[in-house]
Design a protein around this ligand. Structure first.
Ligand code: AMP
Ligand code: TRP
Length: 345
């Protein structure tokens, strides 16, 4: 964890169980980055309350999401794992950024429009402001790279625009010394967009009311097998990639390659003439086997809550130290009165 390594920050919301999309699109990539980057991973619980939430579940979902990070291979000796709401600098920088972010930048965010459409009248100001909080998460840590799934691309563009155009261009006293580092998205080609099991044209999502549309990382083997058995198919024989008429074939074959750890070329050949009835049990087995070690590790972390809490406390302190420095820099550049300064006379 030396300072010279480029820095990475990412996070997932603790809303409901994490699914294959979260793992293959995001968390799986975080694991490898630990070797070459100074990595920060937060559980973004403040984002989780931008839609109506259950207060009786928030703390438990936050802990289980953190335990899943660790079970997926995030190593607390190399990475800073923390809870967003426990580092108040996130909310504070969000406010400062709010005041320089044009409203119409937020109104054109695709995810906001989609979520708002689903919610009708109940849309909160927090939902509109969600990408500014996300920008604060990233910018506080001077992150060089942000590994996310494809759906977060637009939010990252916004974070870059806020840093560059609204903070650095206006408030950096010296143009050669930007106040905020402008982050780069890191989106892998494979797994960046895992689709629903019940509709190959829709993203696999925590908010789909149909449980059968996604495989959660903690689903037991029987349930995984049953969900895959019921997954949408088409009447064509043989699996293939890239046929726009056959999004389900493409999605399930992609999942098979990723979960079995084999190349796309190899599985394309293996499954080219295979019927769905033969393919689905293979996919189910690959999914069960890929998740088995992760589920075992998760159970171990949950059996030892004191260690999990210690990891989060250590993460909180380290995150706080880094975030505090950035926040102080921005506060100063924006001209706020510094607290507790002795009277200069
Ligand atoms: P969320 O569940 O919205 O908190 O997303 C957490 C992370 O998982 C983000 O980096 C998303 O881009 C990624 N992600 C969510 N759903 C999918 C999906 N269906 N395919 C690939 N990545 C996804
Ligand atoms: N908005 C992201 C999502 O839903 C989660 C998130 C919040 C995030 N803050 C972040 C991701 C900072 C990367 C970096 O997927």
């Amino acid at each position: 964890m030396t300072q010279q390594q480029p820095r990475v920050l990412s996070g997932v919301q603790p809303t409901g169980a994490l699914h294959l999309g979260n793992w293959l699109g995001a968390i799986r990539n975080w694991v490898d980055l630990q070797d070459s980057h100074d990595t920060f991973f937060c559980v973004v619980d403040l984002h989780a309350i931008t839609v109506p939430h259950d207060p009786d579940r928030l703390a438990e979902d936050t802990l289980s999401t953190a335990a899943l990070y660790l079970a997926c291979g995030i190593d607390p000796a190399r990475s800073t794992v923390f809870v967003q709401s426990q580092v108040p600098a996130h909310s504070e920088l969000c406010w400062l950024l709010n005041c320089v972010t044009p409203l119409n930048w937020l109104e054109r965010m695709i995810q906001f429009k989609e979520k708002a459409l689903k919610q009708g009248d109940a849309v909160s100001t927090g939902l509109l402001d969600y990408p500014v909080l996300m920008a604060a998460d990233i910018l506080l840590y001077d992150a060089d790279r942000v590994p996310v799934g494809d759906d977060q691309k637009q939010h990252l563009e916004l974070a870059r625009d806020i840093a560059q155009q609204r903070i650095n261009a206006r408030f950096a006293p010296n143009p050669d010394q930007p106040l905020l580092k402008v982050p780069e998205p890191l989106i892998l080609k494979e797994g960046a967009r895992v689709m629903s099991l019940t509709d190959g044209r829709a993203k696999m999502s925590k908010s789909d009311p149909n449980e059968g549309s996604r495989i959660s990382l903690l689903d037991p083997p029987e349930l995984i097998t049953r969900k895959i058995k019921r997954a949408k198919t088409d009447p064509v024989l043989g699996l293939e990639f890239g046929n726009p008429e056959r999004p389900e074939a493409d999605n399930l074959l992609s999942l098979y390659a990723l979960l079995s750890g084999r190349s796309r070329e190899a599985v394309a050949v293996e499954c080219a003439a295979m019927g769905w009835g033969q393919f689905k049990p293979l996919l189910a087995e690959a999914a069960v086997e890929a998740l088995r070690p992760l589920q075992a590790s998760y159970a171990e972390w949950r059996r030892d809550p004191a260690t999990l809490e210690a990891v989060l406390e250590q993460g909180r302190q380290r995150a706080q130290d880094v975030a505090g420095v950035t926040l102080a820099r921005v506060r100063q550049a924006l001209g706020f009165l510094a607290p507790g300064r002795p009277d200069q006379g």
